[in-house]
Design a protein around this ligand. Sequence first.
Ligand code: FES
Length: 126
Amino acid sequence: MMIIKKTSRIKFNNKFLSSISVKFIEDNKEINCKGKLSETLLKLAKDNNVSLEGTCGGSQSCSTCHVYVDKKYINKLEPIQEDEEDLLDMVDDYKVNSRLACAIKLNEHLDGIVLDVPTNSTNLLH
Ligand code: FES
């Protein structure tokens, strides 16, 4: 009997990826992490002590997970949905590369992504 072990590795650009490399920049400090496929950037940030509050638990209603995405990666993200766009319209320090970390799931195209954490976050639940 042959046992086939499932792995979470995928082949991308002729190399196998078992995790996705992510760099958060917070207060000029780099925090390098390895995330799993389909994991949200918010979960990865929380697991690695990046100070994104995520007050609403990832339900896209607070905006305390606001990040700036490196412009090299902005077009590799899934298109922004209306709910996320509506929230981002109300955050302080909005930029064209603003996104919500709870709305972004890791995939192979995001390997090496760099995210800036804003100094202040806007909590739209208050
Ligand atoms: S955690 Fe609240 S909007 Fe992302």
